[in-house]
Design a protein around this ligand. Sequence first.
Ligand code: S3P
Length: 440
Amino acid sequence: MASLTITPGRPLQGTISVPGDKSITHRAIILTALANGISTVARYCRGEDCLNTMRALQGLGIRIDESDEELCVYGKGLWGLTEPSGPIDCGNSGTGIRLLTGLLAGQDFFTVLSGDESIRRRPMGRIVKPLREMGATIAGRNGGELAPLAVTGSRLRAITYASPVASAQIKSALLLAALFAEGTTRITEPRLSRDHTERLFHFFGIVLQREGTALLIDGRPSVGWNAAPKLVVPGDLSAAAFFIVGATIVPGSDVTIRQVGINPTRAGLLDVMTRMGADIQLFNRCEEAGEPVADIRVRSARLRGVEIGPDLIPQTIDEFPILCVAAAVAEGETIISGAQELRVKESDRIATVSAELRAMGAQVTERPDGMIVRGLGTAKDNGRLQAVRGHSHGDHRVAMSLAIAGLTASAPTSIDEAACIETSFPNFHRTLLELLGECR
Ligand code: S3P
């Protein structure tokens, strides 16, 4: 898919499913590979990011059988990984490369990890520094700040680490390394980032303690953990987010998204959209893989601008591109602050989202740590953006956000370099067409 064209004019209607959660899929693949026995991971995310993590584990000696519905992972226990015959390609995935580096730091073999152009620009020092404190031997460009990373497996020791950034990738890389370290590792973060690793550890019975804001884990457990006969990954709220915003801003829409993860450390979008005036209902609540899940029904509504401050950033971090689309058509101003992490995502999302939405007629001012979006809404309705030729900047979430923005225009919008959508949501366009009533 070189470019994607979106034809507006109809409401979004119907019931859909979205891919399994990308963050949880990465973690499920890693933890089932380290389990004793055969696990199945159902409704996994088939985006390229997670497939790269699957291939990485296969290269590390784990048999994984793949079908459209589930992965069958033949876990070899905590110490079962073996040296790969070549470099590990993590593609576009920050979660993949950072979690795998943590996992591999304490092995007794050598690995090289790299990825695409975007991954080779993203900061790795944030995991390399604490892993080196644990005794890891990691080399990389710019003193270990940038991938490729070369990891010579070492005997690790536990550390106490106060992460300067609320990042689940840092926390999870260290928790995985800590499994192989001697002693009790203690990790704190300035604000709670997504807690999927903690929940999945709990699901597998891996002992992890919380003391106030600190996480404590004893390394080298004498017994490992059992495989999961059926681990079902919840639907990805970050994928659902595009349709939650789309259904809200296109008049006459009514969309239900089945079985989506609503973990509070991820669900900032639901809180922010509700504060903006969205009509969102949750029902059929249940639990999968230790995560809360629900069906989400969204009907169109008029939006107003809100303030989103530092407290809300970690649980909303991946949803800013699409939230800015909502803000751009709302009535009044939306002010986002404390979100400087957006500058080191798949693209610099403050810069790329501001530029693309401005090209569509939105009023956006960039700030070092966020942006101010002056909504185009009128008292009567949500506002409309202009059809343009948009650019994804190689960032899947920017591409999908521009597609949704295009639904409010009065002529077709096309988005260049849309193939990046494959990294997280291969069926995005098809699902959108289904809701627009165009799927035959
Ligand atoms: C993720 C954590 C977040 C998020 C990313 C997925 C994860 O990154 O933006 O898309 O699966 O742990 P940071 O840890 O850098 O905040």
